[in-house]
Write a protein that binds this ligand. Structure first.
Ligand code: HEC
Length: 227
């Protein structure tokens, strides 16, 4: 009985292999696809004819109001209430200057771009709001590196008040936000250029507060102090 079933199994295996063929073997015969190979996917390809849509095209028109990556709508500032921020500086434009990269040639520059620094307390308030939304989850509201995510196991989060980060130029922190750093992801695609600078200004304020110098705290809010 055992012999017979073993024999049957062998024959079935040989037949099965013979029928299915060997992958990679050369043959003149038409290739049999048991399942769709990955090269034949039931999907529409751009610039191809389609029988699926009425107009015979595979590509659809973008949704009205779609903005291509790297472009701004004139006079529009994204991610803010109202259109009240400086025109042309609001988006995700990708120019090689200091404002857009935090770099001056090959080195990181220092300082908040002047037209933003002028906004004083407003800029800090905006920075705080954006920081709390985007960064606090990991770095903590006071930037101590102890946000809720730490409890979920991301142990490498840095305290933004560290000595080493206090010594970094503004441009480098801007660059970290834009491109991320090792285990930290890039926030450039989701935070506008201006907002990234606002966050840098706010991180500076957190660092000064952590240093505990009252004079330094007053220094970070010049516009408010003048009122
Ligand atoms: C998902 C968690 C997470 C979020 C959100 C996050 N970070 Fe980080 N960040 C990290 C981790 C982890 C590191 C340490 C990276 C490493 O291993 O060097 C880090 C490092 C940094 C550093 C130090 C980089 C260096 O030079 O060592 C800065 C500055 C920083 N983050 C700023 C920010 C700011 C500003 C935001 C908000 C826009 C932000 N991070 C959002 C996780 C996060």
């Amino acid at each position: 009985m055992l012999k017979i079933s073993f024999g049957a199994l062998t024959i079935a295996a040989v037949l099965g292999l013979g029928f299915a063929g060997f992958r990679g073997a050369k043959t003149e015969l038409t290739h049999v696809e048991w399942f769709n190979d990955m090269s034949h996917q039931p999907k529409e390809q751009p610039q191809h004819h389609s029988t699926f849509f009425n107009d015979g095209r595979s590509a659809r028109q973008p949704v009205a109001g779609t903005v291509p990556i790297g472009f701004n709508l004139e006079g529009r500032y994204f991610q803010t209430e109202g259109n009240n921020l400086v025109d042309g500086h609001g988006g995700f434009a990708n120019q090689p200057d200091y404002f857009n990269t935090g770099r001056m040639g090959d080195v990181y520059g220092d300082g908040i771009p002047a037209f933003l620094a002028e906004r004083g307390a407003d800029l800090l308030a905006r920075g705080q709001q954006r920081f709390d939304i985007n960064c606090a989850i990991c770095h903590g509201k006071a930037g101590q590196g102890n946000g809720p995510i730490k409890a979920f196991g991301l142990m490498t989060i840095r305290a933004l008040t560290d000595e080493g980060l206090r010594a970094q130029p503004d441009g480098q922190i801007f660059n970290t936000i834009t491109h991320g750093k090792s285990t930290m992801g890039a926030y450039g695609p989701v935070i506008t250029v201006e907002d990234r600078w606002a966050i840098v200004a706010y991180v500076r304020a957190l660092q000064k507060v952590a240093e505990g110098k009252l004079a330094a705290v007053a220094e970070t809010k010049p516009a408010e102090a003048k009122k």
